[in-house]
Design a protein around this ligand. Structure first.
Ligand code: GLN
Length: 537
């Protein structure tokens, strides 16, 4: 059976949750046992988002194959429960790079190279070759940006052309504001979005309406009439108790059956076992028995998207522990300077220090780690959070004055964290860190790490340039710091732990592999420890 396509386009404004809608569609198709995979289009001219500031673009997500991709891939993987590959991320930068290099190599001799047909043909070629190689039943394509942007206009044109060759269902996600004074859902902006797509030659098969409350029958009728669609094709996307409920919500509305029919797929029943497991998980997120208070310490906390995977990993692990996580975002730079007030940590059951780059806020992180260690608050350090855990230990337990990471103080007296050997010759910035899935040996059977993973050899994703300086291993070990995980060649430290209480740091990013149905082992252990701490009161 040839691969079919669903194309998700957003109109009016960004931030409507297009990634969650796309992931929900993928999940629904998976409930029906169809092999559905995503493709994401991003119009920016960066090759990938690895060189962007998380403040602007949200977190950089890393796949097993070392690709640095848009954070939407995190949503897809968390919903689908499977690992994806970098070829599914198609950016303006990659496309223009291909076209220009092809032109220089004589690939278009005699021709004037243009957006249409050369760039659009290249997009279609990329999409079709993914279909040829992976042979999925359905590819769900999320077009980044908003209809009407210059950045994604060539992707939209390519999708129009794709629909001339293949079975394509177009979905328009739009926004329906409610005016407080009259309580009326206004359809005019949605109509304009629909019309913009018509101008591009695309007639949406479904309109998904993002609203804060239930989509009213009258609103549906009005929009259906305007768009010349059946009323059942105007789909409600109101606020959910959890994003993981959206696939179930869509199915309650009958969107699954209509979509499957529209795609010309065999109409069967969803897989009962998969549905039951998902529903039980959703129930545990929505109405857990207990609660736990987690402080998430970082330097980009003003934009919560910078730590999307960490936040979701906490939610996954908390639901398995049957607790509701109350997350307090802590800007680390607030804990620098003379007037530090740690009283907010009195009600905190567990502290996470996240990954990051650059000096700003690192001294505050070190102070918070010291507070966690001295007050026996369960601690999880992720990447930078592990590096600073080592620095804190060196300074305050081993008495190594001026201990720091060479990233923040290249002239530090005691450089506990140094540049990876493999990084020393590298000057290019894009895609050059130690990236992707890396194996790690858990060398201590009596460790937090081993208890969490219940395995000797594990694999986690990475994204860093610096590492623990082995010259300090013996002295820190003598002072009680445990090294519980190392790379397979035993050259790099991957996990460190305090010898008492729950304190663990990892050079990896376990949050990048946490799935709604399979939480990251380390987060499960951390939340369990925090929960125990909560019970102590
Ligand atoms: N900046 C540190 C490094 O490059 C930590 C990176 C991270 O936290 N992802 O090693």
């Amino acid at each position: 059976m040839p691969t079919k396509y669903v194309v998700v386009l957003g109109s009016l404004m960004s931030g409507l949750g297009k990634g969650v809608v796309t992931a929900s569609i993928l999940r629904i198709l998976n409930f029906y046992d169809y092999n559905a995979i995503p493709i994401k289009f991003d119009g920016y001219l960066n090759f990938d988002c690895g060189t962007m500031n998380p403040y602007q673009h949200g977190e950089v997500f890393v796949l097993d194959d070392k690709s640095e991709v848009d954070m939407d891939f995190g949503i897809y993987e968390r919903f689908l429960g499977k690992s994806l590959t970098g070829d599914l991320s198609i950016t303006g930068g990659k496309l223009f790079g291909t076209i220009i290099s092809k032109e220089r190599h004589g690939g278009y001799l005699g021709e004037t190279v243009q957006i249409i047909p050369h760039l659009t043909d290249q997009i279609i070629k990329n999409v079709e070759s993914i279909a040829d190689v992976k042979k999925p039943d359905v590819i769900v394509i999320e077009v980044g940006g908003t209809v009407g942007d210059i950045e994604n206009s060539y992707f939209i044109e390519a999708m129009r052309q794709l629909s001339l060759k293949h079975e394509v269902v177009f979905i328009n996600l739009t926004y329906l504001p409610t005016l407080d004074v009259v309580g009326e859902q206004k359809t005019k902006p949605a109509q304009i979005g629909f019309r913009l797509l018509l101008q591009d030659g695309i007639r949406s098969n479904f309109i998904i309406c993002r609203t804060v409350s239930t989509l009213l029958e009258g609103t549906k009728e009005k929009l259906a009439l305007f768009a010349n669609l059946g009323k059942d094709r105007i789909i409600d996307d109101q606020d959910q108790p959890t994003i993981y409920n959206l696939p179930l919500h869509f199915m309650e509305l009958g969107f699954d059956k209509l979509l499957i029919r529209e795609l010309g797929l065999r109409h069967s029943a969803p897989n009962a076992v998969k549905m039951r497991l998902w529903k039980n998980n959703v129930k545990r997120v929505v109405s857990p028995r207990g609660e736990v208070n987690i402080a998430l310490v970082g330097k980009y906390t003003n934009l919560k998207d910078s730590y999307a995977s960490v936040k979701e990993s906490i939610i996954h692990a908390a639901s398995k522990n049957d607790v509701k996580p109350n997350i307090t975002w802590v800007e680390s730079s607030d804990f620098e300077g003379p007037n530090k007030d740690y009283s907010m940590f009195k009600k905190i059951d567990g502290i996470i220090v996240t990954g990051g780059f650059g000096n700003r806020g690192t001294e505050g992180m070190i102070n918070i780690i010291e507070h966690a260690r001295k007050n026996k608050i369960p601690y999880l350090g992720l990447c930078l959070g592990m590096q600073l855990m080592a620095v804190e230990y060196a300074r305050n337990v081993a008495g190594l004055s001026g201990a720091n990471s060479a990233e923040f103080d290249p002239n530090a007296k005691n450089k506990i964290i140094v540049l990876l050997d493999s990084q020393k010759q590298i000057t290019d910035k894009g895609g050059t860190m130690r990236l992707g899935a890396q194996e790690c040996l858990l060398v201590d059977k009596n460790s937090i790490a081993h208890a969490a993973y219940k395995a000797d050899l594990i694999s986690e994703r990475h994204r860093h340039r610096y590492e623990f300086n082995n010259e300090y291993a013996d002295i820190l070990k003598k002072k009680g710091l445990k090294i519980t995980g190392v790379t397979k060649d035993r050259k790099l430290v991957e996990f460190i732990e305090w010898s008492s209480g729950f304190g663990i740091g990892t050079q990896s990013h376990p949050e990048l592999k946490s799935r709604f149905e399979a939480p990251a082992p380390l987060f499960l252990s951390f939340i369990a420890a925090a929960n125990k701490n909560h019970a102590k009161g």
